[in-house]
Design a protein around this ligand. Sequence first.
Ligand code: NAD
Length: 351
Amino acid sequence: MRIIVTGGAGFIGSALVRHLVLTEGCEVLTLDKLTYAGNLANLAPLEGHANHRFLQADICDGAVVRDAFAQFRPDRIYHLAAESHVDRSITGAADFIHTNVIGTFTLLEAARGYWDSLPAEDKASFRFLHVSTDEVYGSLGATGLFTETTPYDPSSPYSASKAASDHLAIAWGRTYGLPTIVSNCSNNYGPYHFPEKLIPLVILNALHGKPLPVYGDGSNIRDWLYVEDHAKALHLIASRGRLGETYNVGGRNERRNIDVVTTICAILDRLAPKNHPHADLITYVTDRPGHDARYAIDATKLETELGWRAEETFETGIEKTVAWYLENEAWWRPLRDRVYSGERLGVLTPE
Ligand code: NAD
């Protein structure tokens, strides 16, 4: 099985590539532009592996992408390349429209040309898996869950650009017959998570005795999914999911942001004690504009149709994650130093 993974040097993409190569025995071409979020250190466990190749390329560059398809001759595409950070989309939406919308369009067109040229049996087994977010569904009230039929209602430039790309993937299936499947997942966490996102930000700021920023009153709810559970779900969906369908992926782990932060603090109090409780560092900051109140995924379709189950609870996954950051300073130190040198700030502001 030969698979091109776009965005494979990012957080989820690299977990997927590691899973495909090391556990599933697939041959993988990682195609990634290496933006600020792409990091070859995420793929270090694959260094020198015969089944892994890396191509630095922009999904918006049709000629390069077409050439990659022609040379590598994939059986599948798993499309994860995206601009993915909501706060950055609010201050600079252009990159999000370009990569998430134009890039997905370019990739779909290149995939269609390649797929058209395949012999009938390869055409039938080809798959284009488009990986997206539950943020396309907007915000939930206190009750209810996102299902695959929840209407799209995105709030941020990020989620609007992802919504557009989902529609393109589905339309390329319906109009041209390209074998596409879409997955929409909840918030991921785990090892190799870029330190501008909530969980690694809190772990690293706590280790450095810096304030732990919590938006608003911390009551926003997210449904947390351990990244390695997600990687397994993606390969399963592409392998056994029905064409033209959408599958929601979620860990059934709803937590208020403030509870996520206090859980991390309690683990750090145990694993890396300081002379004060880490929770003393919690600082409430002005809420993000358009901040969705609650996301929660109903993963019943994936669970019943394809037999997937999240293996990690939030408690087991977050314990592993905090331990990973404590043991892998060599991975996060250069990223953190870049942020502190003012290269890109995001929400990880030096105090
Ligand atoms: P990430 O930001 O960690 O990684 C994105 C990767 O895409 C990076 O390696 C980057 O270099 C690459 N990339 C960006 N623009 C590119 C371009 N034009 N051409 C080629 N490569 C490019 O993101 P992530 O958290 O790993 O998310 C992966 C996918 O999953 C995204 O599509 C995202 O929308 C989706 N998703 C993420 C989450 C989450 O919690 N992280 C939740 C739901 C959905």
